[in-house]
Structures are given as structure tokens and as C-alpha cells.
Design a binder for this molecule. Structure first.
Ligand code: 4NP
Length: 167
């Protein structure tokens, strides 16, 4: 069975990329695609390795029926060989992952994309970092990653000829 592997990347791996992963997995489940697509997330920074997502991220996720249990980890050059897609939350994450492609040399497999390149109504190229703001920033992030994840899944279904299972 073909498994398409997607890695979501932000800075700390405690706010944006864990909720992107959680929303994406929830949609895969709803659309009967969980046996064909898998997801993970990571951060470009090492500050929060081993931690659960930020409490505000978990509270927001819970309000949308998603329980986040991911533990933060740092993205590595090996991820570029293991995953089919690396989807970054902002341009700064994108530039940092690009540097990893240089260390991975010709062995990298993953296609690199920005999350909001899949947003049907983008008002910015970045998923804004909610870390230093209030609760409304976390809901804003949720709305953006939800819209983007829907379209990303449409794209994967078409590109990889996936067959949704009846759920
Ligand atoms: P994230 O948010 O990149 O969406 O996980 C942040 C989390 C932590 C920090 C910055 C952004 N920090 O500076 O610790």
C-alpha cells in the first residue's frame, strides 16, 4: 500500500505545526485516507524538544475536537529522505529547511512547500506565529491551517491517485 508521508514544520514545533498535523490527520480520518497518507511535525529550533504542544494550542485544538499528543522534535536532514513533502508554516522556516537540503545533498526526496501556497484565501504568505499573542491568534492559525490542509489533501489525492475508503 502506497503511503504518502507529510512533515509539517514551524519554529518551535509547539504551536503551528502540531495543530497543522492534528487538523490534517483529522481530515484524513474523515475522508477515509488515513491508510494512504501519514503526517508528522517538527521544528527548526531545538528550544522545546520533548514538550507537548503549547497549552493554548492544545486548548484551541480541543475546542475543534482534536487531542494533540505530539512531542516536539527538531527537523533533520534525514527527514528530507524519509518524507515525500515538507510543508513549512512561514518563509523563515522555509529558508532554514532549505539549508538542510544542502547537507542532505542528492539524497533528499521531499518536495518543499509553504503551507499557505494551499490556502484558497491567502492574505499573507506566512501562517503567523501566535506564540507572543492572545487566544484569538491561535484560532486564526487554526482557520488558516484548516483551509490549507483541505486543499493540500485534494492535491495529494489527485497527484497520487489516492482512493478514499468509505467511512
Ligand atoms: P511555533 O511557535 O513555531 O508555531 O511552535 C513558537 C513556539 C516557541 C517559540 C517561538 C515560536 N519560542 O521562541 O520559544
Amino acid at each position: 500500500m502506497l503511503m504518502v508521508r507529510v512533515l509539517f514544520v514551524c519554529l518551535g514545533n509547539i504551536c503551528r505545526s502540531p495543530i497543522a498535523q492534528g487538523v490534517f490527520e483529522q481530515l484524513l480520518e474523515e475522508r477515509g485516507l488515513s491508510d494512504q497518507v501519514s503526517a508528522d511535525s517538527a521544528g527548526t529550533a531545538a528550544y522545546h524538544i520533548g514538550e507537548l504542544p503549547d497549552e493554548r494550542t492544545r486548548a484551541n485544538a480541543r475546542s475543534h475536537g482534536i487531542e494533540l499528543t505530539h512531542r516536539a522534535r527538531q527537523v533533520s536532514a534525514a527527514d528530507l529522505q524519509a518524507f515525500d513533502y515538507v510543508i513549512t508554516m512561514d518563509k523563515s522556516n522555509y529558508d532554514n529547511v532549505l539549508k538542510l537540503y544542502q547537507t542532505a545533498g542528492g539524497k533528499a526526496k521531499a518536495l518543499l512547500q509553504m503551507m499557505r501556497s494551499f490556502d484558497v484565501s491567502p492574505d499573507d504568505v506566512d501562517v503567523p506565529d501566535p506564540y507572543y499573542g492572545g487566544a484569538e491568534g491561535f484560532e486564526h492559525v487554526y482557520q488558516i491551517v484548516r483551509r490549507s490542509a483541505e486543499r493540500l489533501i485534494d492535491y495529494l489525492v489527485e497527484r497520487h491517485h489516492l482512493n478514499p475508503k468509505q467511512v
